[in-house]
Design a protein around this ligand. Sequence first.
Ligand SMILES: O=C(O)c1ccccc1NCC(=O)[C@H](O)[C@H](O)COP(=O)(O)O
Length: 258
Amino acid sequence: MNILDRIIDTKRLEVQQLKLEGLPLVERPSLTPTIHQSLGGTDLSVIAEIKRASPSKGDISLNVDPVAQAKRYAASGATVISVLTDATYFKGSMQDLAAVAQAVDVPVLCKDFMIDRIQIDVAKAHGARLILLIVAALDDETLHDLYDYAYANGLEVLVEVHDATELERAERLQAKIIGINNRNLKKFEVNLETSLQLLKTKSENVRYISESGIKTIEEAKMLHAAGADGILIGETLMRADDPAEFIQTVSGAHHDTH
Ligand SMILES: O=C(O)c1ccccc1NCC(=O)[C@H](O)[C@H](O)COP(=O)(O)O
C-alpha cells in the first residue's frame, strides 16, 4: 500500500466523522477575477504553501504562525496561498485555512485529499476558493462529480496529475487548472522532468502549475520557459530565511513587503 492509499484510508474515516458535524461559515470575498484568470499572465505565478510537515520529510516547520507566513507570501506577490489541512500526515488543520483566508486577500487553496462532497463544503466554509483533486486518488465518476460540485459551489479546482495517463483523464474532465506533481508518491522521489515532459502537450486556455521539489530560482525559471504558468512551492519557502525574496525574484513582481 503506497502513501496515497494510506492517506485516503484515513480520509474515509474523517469523512464519516465530518458527516456527523455541522459547518462553520467564514466570509469570503467575491470570485472576481477568477484564479484561472489570475494565473494567465505572462509572469510566472507562485502558489506559496503553508506546510508544517509531510510524509516524505517529517517535521518541516511545526510551530509556524500560518497567518504571519501567509502575510509574507501575500505581500511578496503570491497569486494563491496553499494551506495543507490534513492533520494526520501533514499536521495542518482547517483552523489554519480559516485563519489564513481571513487574514489575506489572496485566494486560498485547501490542499487536502478530497474523496467526498462534504470535504468541499468544509473547505468552502473555512474560506477556500480553490480545492485540490488528485486524479490518482479518484475514479473517473467521483472525479467528475467532485469537480462539478466544486464549480457549482463557486470554487475552482486544481486537478493534480503525475503522468501522461492521468493528464489524459484531467483533459477529458476539461480541467481548467492542472497541477503536474513532480513527486512520485510511491518512492517519494522528486523529478522536475515530469513537468518538462507533460508540459510538451499543453492544451489551449488551460493553466499548468508545476508542483513539488522546486528548490532554486533557476529551476523555477526553467519550468516557466518550458511552459508552466505557475509553480507550487512548499518546503523551500517554509525553510527560506526570506521567502519574499524567492517569490519576488521568480515572479518578477515588485511588491511592498512591509
Ligand atoms: O510532500 C509530501 O511528502 C507528500 C506526500 C504524499 C502526498 C502528498 C505530498 N505532498 C503534497 C504536495 O503536493 C506538496 O506539499 C506540494 O506540491 C509542495 O511540495 P514541496 O515544494 O516539495 O514541499
